[in-house]
Design a protein around this ligand. Structure first.
Ligand SMILES: CC/C=C\C/C=C/C(=O)SCCNC(=O)CCNC(=O)[C@H](O)C(C)(C)COP(=O)(O)OP(=O)(O)OC[C@H]1O[C@@H](n2cnc3c(N)ncnc32)[C@H](O)[C@@H]1OP(=O)(O)O
Length: 682
């Protein structure tokens, strides 16, 4: 027979009981079948362990039964049924697991054996073969060669201990490891751990166990003491910290209730809108996709279902995607619970859409804008319920990129923020709640970074030099390669709207009282918009080309520009490139914390890691500042702040105060900022 018991907690224990060797008699088989059924039916049971009474797992089929007529449940289907159950089943092997006993263990999902256990398939010695699946499962577990040896001789084995075994390797192991190493180096962009993993496995393949262990210890010690491990562990926690959002009003994730959205609409089916439709539909939400331009609508109706299909297939979704209906009529959104406006980044157009939405949507509908930096309050002001308006800033491609900035204004209700954050979570995004200001967090910090990159070109650097320094740091793409990919006209349009460039604006290097580089505007004026035109800071094989090559035209363009403005090119080191670009960005991060636009450094770091390609093994810009040393950042900002007309390099008050307070670790900044605020020091 077999005894069934449920251990405290969730494990069911099935103990074979048939002294002296727990042979699989008809009664034992029946007992196993019944016990497995019980374990499956018991909702409290989440896993099953099979063991044998009296220190013996099982001596195999009951040899005595072979002589008579078969009775009781047959062994083969019984083992099949065990293998098929969806709760994990483990065999705990003590003493012997022989013949049908080992075959029973092979049908379990896991096997764990005592060091003195003896395992074997001795059927051959009884004129049989391992006919309860042993001849089929064992070679799949231990390979054909070892299985041949065990099954044809019937010789039992001691329970193996992995440290005593050689590492099975393909004949060309060195070339395999070299190939993997170069792939890993390329992919990891300076991360140490993936490289160390390959080194450890090389040791397993080439060294005796003890030496392999020594190598593993050495590698682990290096990783443990590296800043990268600390950065990655910090990134792990910051991802979780941002989920526990809080607003200056005191509303937070644990005192606000989110609405569950089942019907949503997206307005505008350009690149962003299409991605957002797919992201929503993948969560099972029914989406009304609205586009008023006929041509764009026709293209989206063709492209979006294919995108959805592809992504659903890639994610092997259990739930079928939500239904998408396409429309050219804004009136069709009247029944949805939430709208995401994703029209062109133009305030007057967005205002027009919001006014229209306010008139067609049911009262209580949440209205969200996928703006990358425009004023959410201004949009909220044209609706009847400003509390129901938030920004949902997606990143392209919206159905792939993890980051979502959820932008709240002073009038956004906790419910609206909670719903947007919850929706982001359903879409698999890392949502970060941020305050309303031009560019929010991500793009506000990007501005001084881009600005410094342009200044560096004026002063003598090439786009390649700048990009190489940033890529060496760990960004997947340097700033100029990235601009070419996203299109130089995006920033051009924003600068035109801000009155910084365009007809009637004088082509000087100081605008609106600040140092300004007209280089990117001039590139656009020359029709060099990036990959889409086949030419930007680099040249490509043609419009839409992806492979960037340096372009002598750009070198001549920069030389001419410098000559026109009386600038003398100087040699610029990668260190200066990093300091100027990254410290300007970090400094803006401190300003953002000071202004309470981000709740803490983790929010900024999550935004940069998940949305802007900041290398995860460097934690994020604010964490990096702590690693470099706040004093050092302050000193270098002071050094580079030689141009009083470059305010982004002027060290932020918060940075100064942190340095004055002895540079507390990044985990303490939130508390520090709150205290400073209470004492009106910020
Ligand atoms: C459709 C698929 C059908 C079949 C596939 C499966 C086939 C099989 O499983 S065939 C059986 C394979 N198993 C064996 O060949 C193991 C045989 N037994 C042993 O090798 C040893 O008994 C032992 C290592 C398990 C224990 O050794 P030890 O402690 O020295 O005790 P004994 O050998 O004296 O045995 C004690 C006692 O138990 C009886 N016994 C042992 N194994 C079986 C068995 N499989 N079936 C029935 N009875 C078994 C043994 O005869 C002794 O009995 P007595 O005390 O009455 O003599």
């Amino acid at each position: 027979m077999a005894r069934y018991s449920r251990l405290p907690g969730s494990v069911a224990l099935i103990t074979l009981h048939n002294p002296p060797v727990n042979a699989l008699s008809a009664a034992v088989r029946q007992g196993i079948v019944d016990a497995v059924q019980r374990a499956l039916k018991d909702p409290k049971v989440t896993s099953v362990v099979i063991c044998g009474q009296n220190g013996k797992f099982c001596g195999g089929a009951d040899i005595r039964e072979f002589a008579g007529p078969m009775s009781g449940p047959p062994l083969v289907p019984m083992i099949h049924a065990i293998e098929a159950v969806d709760k994990p089943v483990a065999a705990a092997i003590e003493g012997v697991a022989l013949g049908g006993g080992l075959e029973l263990a092979l049908g379990c999902h896991y096997r764990i054996a005592h060091s003195k256990a003896v395992l074997g398939l001795p059927e051959v010695t009884l004129g049989l073969l391992p006919g309860a699946g042993g001849s089929q499962r064992l070679p799949r577990l231990i390979g054909l060669t070892a299985a041949l040896d065990l099954i044809t001789t019937g010789q039992p084995l001691d329970s193996r201990r992995l440290s005593t075994l050689p590492c099975p390797c393909p004949p060309d192991v060195d070339s395999l490891l070299d190939k993997v190493m170069s792939k890993v180096r390329q992919r990891s962009r300076g991360a140490l751990a993936p490289v160390a993993c390959v080194q450890a496995l090389r040791a397993a393949a080439s060294l005796p166990y003890a030496q392999g262990m020594e190598k593993e210890r050495e590698l682990m010690a290096t990783l443990f003491n590296s800043g990268q491990a600390r950065a990655l562990q910090y990134a792990f926690f910051s991802q979780r910290v941002v989920g526990k959002w809080s607003l200056p009003s005191g509303a937070s994730w644990d005192n606000s209730t989110a609405r569950t959205i089942s019907k949503a609409a997206v307005i505008g089916l350009g690149t962003m809108g299409r991605g957002i439709v797919v992201a929503l539909a993948l969560t099972g939400i029914s989406v009304v996709a609205v586009e008023t331009q006929e041509k764009q609508l026709a293209e989206a109706s063709r492209v979006v279902p294919a995108m959805l299909q592809r992504e659903a297939g890639r994610r092997r979704l259990a739930t079928p995607p939500g239904v998408i209906s396409f429309s050219s009529n804004l009136q069709d959104v009247s029944e949805v619970e939430l709208v995401i406006e994703a029209v062109f980044e133009d305030m007057s157009l967005k205002l027009q859409v919001f006014k229209h939405l306010a008139s067609v949507c049911r009262p209580g509908t949440l209205l969200c804008s996928n703006t990358s930096g425009l004023d959410i309050d201004q949009l909220a002001a044209v609706t009847q319920s400003p509390g129901l308006v938030v920004g949902m800033h997606f990143f392209a491609p919206a159905h792939v990129m993890k980051l979502l900035e959820v932008v709240y204004g002073p009038r956004s209700s906790p419910e609206a923020v909670a719903t947007a954050m919850q929706l982001g979570k359903r879409m698999g995004k890392v949502g970060v709640a941020v305050g309303n200001c031009p560019g929010f967090v991500g793009n506000r910090m990007l501005k001084p970074y881009l600005e410094q990159a342009n200044f560096l070109l004026e002063e003598g650097a090439t786009p390649q030099q700048v990009d190489e320094a940033l890529e060496e740091f760990g960004f997947p793409m340097g700033v100029f390669r990235m601009s070419d990919l996203s299109g130089l006209d995006v920033g051009w349009r924003i600068r035109k709207e801000a009155g910084l460039t365009g007809p009637g604006v004088e082509s000087t290097r100081t605008r609106q009282g600040r140092r300004y580089s007209p280089l990117p505007d001039q590139m656009c004026e020359a029709g060099r918009l990036g990959q889409k035109t086949g030419k930007g800071w680099y040249q490509y094989d043609g419009p839409g080309g992806r492979v960037a090559r340096s372009d002598p035209w750009v070198d001549i363009f920069l030389e001419t520009y410098r000559a026109e403005h009386g600038l003398v090119a100087r040699s610029i080191t990668p260190e200066e490139i990093l300091e100027r670009c990254l410290y300007a960005l970090i400094n803006e991060g401190f300003n953002i914390l000071q202004d309470a636009v981000a709740a803490g450094p983790e929010d900024i770091d999550a935004i940069y890691v998940f949305g802007y390609g900041w290398p995860r093994h460097r934690g994020g810009p604010m964490f990096h500042a702590g690693q470099v040393g706040l004093g050092r950042i302050l000193e270098r900002l002071n050094h580079h702040h030689s141009h009083p007309d470059v305010p982004h390099l002027k060290p932020s008050t918060l940075l100064r105060r942190l340095v004055a307070a002895g540079s507390p670790p990044v985990q303490k900044w939130r508390e520090f900022i709150n205290k400073e605020r209470v004492h009106s020091q910020l």
